[in-house]
Design a protein around this ligand. Structure first.
Ligand code: M6R
Length: 613
């Protein structure tokens, strides 16, 4: 989705803006642009295509200014083109604006502005913003020192929808004004240098001191000062957060692709996510949430709500919650949950999972849940992200920045933290499953080293990728938590290799999908639940009999004579097995994508965080 960068300080702005945009490329985009102020005029360089196109324009060498704004656009209103790329100017070329989000009432505002004599050059919803600012600026008193900030404030009051904006004015060339509503924006500070971004990784190499803006915040930023206003336009004090992510974590660090790096980071990200929440022979420690035995004993249901991979992490965690707490758990997709009038009230606990914390449907579903009186817990990887500010409690995964569009280390960290939360709930409730709880805790502490073992075993996966990379359809099958991981494996393959695949519960094959099995169709099976080995083996034999070739991911004793392609993973309770069994399939999807010569980190049509509905 769209990305924003801005800079004001003592250095040349354009290299910092370009560098920031390159760091945001992972979000997915189709055009890019920057604006700086040169000799009291706004200079805009923008085009359809990659950031490199802007970087290679000869005009960029003439930009000397130390103030500027920049943007990568993911088209929503109007095709990818130079005209539709940001920054957008008002008719008088006095104001430049970049914008993330959607202005829902842009047609109404366009009509209003056209009647007031303004013209429009693009098909975007954004172009109303600089023209509205100009409209209000021209109505402010000439010598008012707050003329610019007042005009921006009045313009945003007219906007319906979501926005994070940066505004430059050639008449007040020493400042940038920024504002946000339902779209993230942060400001980093390092002495007199100020860095603005929609996502922390874009500016992490310059500073770890980051102001995280709230909905409704508006900030006037000059070289010397920052004035923060709240949604009522009252001046407020704000303190920066110290972000502990290492800037190197946002680089490839020698790996060919971010996705591969992130797959290999999983032993570390799982370990960091466990952190101090679990120590040998101690109770789980979740000091960040305050849930009582009285409350937990009274709830009728837990919902886990999320999108995409985060939702699949919820599905993989349902069994451990139900087994340990005896509370029924329902897992739902945010975009469905928010519109289907779910039966929720103050006796429902709802866990919202979002790596980015900015997924529009998940945020809307959370707000909806709160309106029904339900208690909410956010599980997120990004400090201060929108869902963390909306939810009653937040539990962070500590996976470090995830850059590749295809989520990998976030998934395993999410299941890890949810498993710990399930254990914590069981302990609060005084569960008498002491032995199971102790065993699961010990197994969780061993997960990082077991993940390292899985990552050493890649030869068969590389060879299998070479066999299947031209196929059109694949099947993934499993039972219970193995089915949950099949769904995630199927999504990973679709996203980055563009091969169609389906995940089925092994027991469902005979109810229809087995009709699709014929010579040489590939079926990937998961078997990690010792109670279901025989049944799962039979299901795979049924597809082999019909000509399928198979790849089996297992930690059980299964005969190599029947299944020639077996990836053995370390033994672990099936309630935790998705954390390990998904890794070979992340690697397989990666190798298939590489065989096809695709852009692994930036798959077509996809964005890292989906900030529009
Ligand atoms: O940031 P979120 O966890 O809310 O994102 C949810 C999904 O958009 C995300 O998991 C998506 O499915 C990924 N591309 C999966 O690899």
């Amino acid at each position: 989705m769209c990305g924003i960068v801005g800079y004001i300080g003592n250095s040349k702005a354009s290299p910092i803006l370009i560098n920031g945009l390159l760091k945001l490329e992972y979000r997915g985009y189709d055009s890019a642009g920057i604006a700086t102020i040169e000799n009291n005029n706004i200079s805009v360089l923008k085009n359809k295509g990659r950031v490199k196109e802007i970087q290679n324009m000869k005009e960029i060498n003439y930009l000397e200014s130390n103030i500027g704004i920049a943007h990568t656009r993911w088209a929503t209103h109007g095709k990818p083109s130079r005209e539709n790329a940001h920054p957008h100017l008002d008719n008088s070329k006095t104001f430049a604006v970049v914008h993330n989000g959607i202005i829902e009432n842009h047609e109404e505002l366009t009509t209003f502005l056209k009647n007031a004599g303004y013209n429009f050059l693009s098909e975007t919803d954004t172009e109303v913003i600089p023209n509205l600012i100009h409209y209000y600026y021209s109505k402010e008193e000439n010598n008012s020192k707050d003329r610019f900030v007042n005009a921006v404030r009045k313009a945003i009051l007219d906007l319906k929808g979501s926005y994070a904006i940066e505004v430059l004015s050639s008449l007040e060339s020493d400042r940038i004004i920024v504002a946000r509503k339902d779209s993230p924006l942060v400001i980093g500070i390092n002495g007199d240098e100020k860095y603005i971004a929609s996502d922390i990784p874009a500016i992490l190499e310059y500073t770890n001191n980051i102001y995280i803006l709230n909905d409704g915040d508006l900030v006037e930023i000059t070289n010397k000062a920052m004035t923060f206003y709240d949604e009522n336009f009252k001046i407020i004090e704000k303190t920066p957060e110290l972000i502990t992510w290492d800037a190197k974590a946002a680089d490839k660090n020698g790996y060919e692709d971010f996705m591969l790096k992130e797959i290999y980071e999983q032993p570390t990200s799982i370990r960091e996510t466990i952190g101090t929440r679990l120590r040998p022979n101690e109770k789980c420690d979740f000091s960040e949430i305050n849930i009582s035995k009285e409350y937990l004993s009274g709830i009728s249901r837990i919902y886990i709500v999320a999108c995409g991979t985060a939702m699949y992490a919820g599905l993989a965690s349902k069994a451990i919650f139900e087994r340990l707490t005896s509370i029924p758990v329902e897992v739902d997709i945010s975009s469905e949950f928010r519109y289907r009038e779910p039966l929720i009230d103050e006796n429902t606990l709802i866990i919202f999972i979002s790596q980015s914390g900015e997924t529009a449907d998940t945020i809307a579903a959370l707000k909806n849940a709160k309106a029904h009186g339900s208690k909410t817990i956010a599980v997120s990887n990004v400090i201060g992200s929108s869902i963390t500010r909306e939810a009653d409690f937040t539990v962070y995964t500590h996976a470090g920045p995830e850059i590749a569009v295809a989520s990998t280390k976030a998934y395993t960290s999410q299941i890890t933290v949810l498993a710990l939360l399930a254990l914590h709930f069981a302990e609060i409730l005084g569960s008498n499953e002491k032995e199971l709880i102790n065993n699961l805790k010990n197994e969780i502490l061993e997960l990082p080293s077991k993940a390292s073992i899985v990552l050493e075993n890649t030869e068969l996966l590389k060879a299998f990728a070479k066999i299947i990379y031209n196929e059109k359809d694949l099947f993934f099958i499993g039972r219970g938590t193995d089915y949950a991981v099949s769904l995630e494996a199927s999504l990973k393959l679709k996203e980055i290799s563009y091969i169609h695949s389906e995940a089925y519960q092994s027991g469902e094959l005979k109810h229809g999908p087995i009709a699709l099995i014929e010579d040489d169709v590939t079926v990937v099976g998961f078997i990690t639940d010792r109670r279901l080995v025989d049944k799962s083996v039979s299901n795979l034999q049924e597809v082999i009999t019909r000509g399928a070739k198979t790849l089996l991911i297992t930690n059980q004793d299964v005969s190599q004579d029947v299944f020639p392609n077996i990836v053995n993973i370390p033994k672990v309770n099936h309630l935790l097995s998705p954390i390990l069994s998904v890794i070979p399939l992340q690697l397989l999807a990666y190798y298939v994508s590489k065989e096809k010569g695709l852009d692994v980190d930036k798959p077509r049509n996809l964005a890292k965080s989906v900030t529009v509905e």
